[in-house]
Design a protein around this ligand. Structure first.
Ligand SMILES: Cc1cc2nc3c(=O)[nH]c(=O)nc-3n(C[C@H](O)[C@H](O)[C@H](O)COP(=O)(O)OP(=O)(O)OC[C@H]3O[C@@H](n4cnc5c(N)ncnc54)[C@H](O)[C@@H]3O)c2cc1C
Length: 374
């Protein structure tokens, strides 16, 4: 066994969470090594819906609503910085987004949830309720069965694959060392940790950040984390390219920058099975046609399933190990939305200044996994 590298931070996981954190740490001039298992791993970052989404996030935990909004409001600056680094356009648009409803009861329920959240946030939560005629004005192709929609002005979307590619390129330009191997074990040693990979190499690091999605459980438990996460499948469809037919995205349908209509996403509890099914594809397509009847003419060109990384309450977990200080664990089910917070705020906590986040009015300790202790 040989010792290969030494770094201030080892980030385990090369999805959007690990890469956003690595990018933020590199911007703080930290020496970072990133480990990623590669193509055999389950990777939510390659299968998602591309929303930067605020509405509804944090119902039941206002701290999460604040964290989400802190990220959404930093997204333009992250996109600009990545574009400056790479020359690529992330196609980020934050002109608002909808939740669209086919029945009054569901719309009323959503409005009640958002009204309560708005109250908890001191009234600062910019959403409006559109009836059928109002949404028709904004979206001329909306179907007659749509009873209304909630428009939240902070919602948006982007091209998630260009984003992922941009993170890879930008981190490499900033000196990220990448080890394309699965991490098998992390052990405390000296003033830091030894990270062991499948090729029997050892890497020394002062601090380690587990951002390895569904792979975190196996690594985290030996460092004293509980890692209460589970997979949840989402299925997504995409049509052929179409002329512009949808103005703003919704949490179920959006027109991507290349023209295809992306339709999603289901939420299914089926363990680690990430395959798409005919039944869910048909349900998603039928719902989309009710919302936008013009889609009945569109050719479906691709469908896929991918696994979300879910905590028991659906909110993120950020935890430093109590038994192995210097080891951190970060997970969430909205890694696109939270990427700007992960790149611009989370590194402060990893560098020992979690108070800087709390000073923004976001009580960061609320995200500890200790909240699941009974
Ligand atoms: C269908 C669907 C739609 C979604 N839509 C949205 C959306 O619209 N907006 C939004 O904000 N979020 C969305 N998400 C969620 C978002 O995709 C995830 O939050 C995000 O991708 C999680 O990123 P991650 O880096 O934590 O995990 P992953 O992308 O799963 O990456 C984990 C990485 O860790 C690596 N790894 C695992 N174990 C090891 C190991 N032992 N050693 C080395 N490397 C390891 C893997 O190789 C992998 O690359 C969606 C998710 C799904 C499934």
């Amino acid at each position: 066994m040989t010792i290969r590298s030494e770094s201030e931070f080892a980030v385990v996981g090369g999805g959007v969470v690990g890469l956003s954190i690595a990018y933020g740490l590199l911007n703080k001039n930290k020496n970072v090594t990133l480990f990623d298992e590669g193509d055999l791993a389950l990777r939510a970052s390659r299968g998602n819906f591309g929303l930067v989404w605020v509405q509804g996030k944090g119902a039941g935990m206002p701290t999460y609503a604040k964290w989400t909004r802190a990220s959404a409001s930093r997204w333009q600056s992250l996109a600009r910085q990545l574009s400056n680094d790479t020359g690529w356009d992330l196609a980020l648009q934050q002109r608002g987004g909808y939740s669209i409803y086919l029945d009054e009861k569901s719309l009323e329920k959503k409005v009640a949830t958002l009204t309560e959240l708005k109250k908890q946030l001191g009234g600062d939560y910019p959403f409006e309720v559109l009836g059928h005629n109002a949404i028709k004005k904004e979206e001329p192709h909306i179907g007659k069965d749509v009873v209304g929609a909630v428009l939240h002005h902070e919602d948006g979307h982007l091209n998630p694959l260009v984003f992922l590619r941009s993170l890879v390129k930008a981190t490499q330009l900033r000196g990220l060392k990448v080890v394309q191997k699965k991490v098998t074990l992390i052990t405390p040693s000296g003033n830091g940790f030894t990270v062991q990979t499948t090729d029997q190499q050892q890497h020394l690091t002062e601090k380690v950040v587990l951002a390895s999605g569904l792979g975190t459980k196996a690594l985290g438990e030996t460092l004293g984390f509980k890692v209460p996460i589970r997979p949840q499948r989402g299925q997504v469809l995409i049509t052929e390219k179409m002329p512009p037919v949808i103005n703003r995205p919704s949490d179920e349908i959006r027109q991507v920058n290349e023209g295809g209509i992306q339709i999603g996403a289901s939420a299914e509890e089926c363990g680690f099975d990430d395959k798409e099914t005919i039944k869910t594809t048909a349900e998603l397509a039928s719902n989309a046609i009710k919302q936008y009847p013009i889609l009945a003419k569109a050719q479906l060109v691709r469908s896929w399933g991918a696994l979300r990384i879910m905590s028991p309450d659906g909110f993120p977990i950020y935890q430093q190990s109590t038994t192995c200080p210097g080891a951190y664990f970060a997970t969430c089910h909205s890694g696109i939305t939270l990427a700007a917070a992960h790149a611009q705020l989370l590194p402060q906590w990893l560098c020992g200044d979690g108070a800087a986040i709390t000073d923004l009015g976001i009580p960061f300790h609320d995200f500890s996994e200790n909240r699941f202790d009974v």
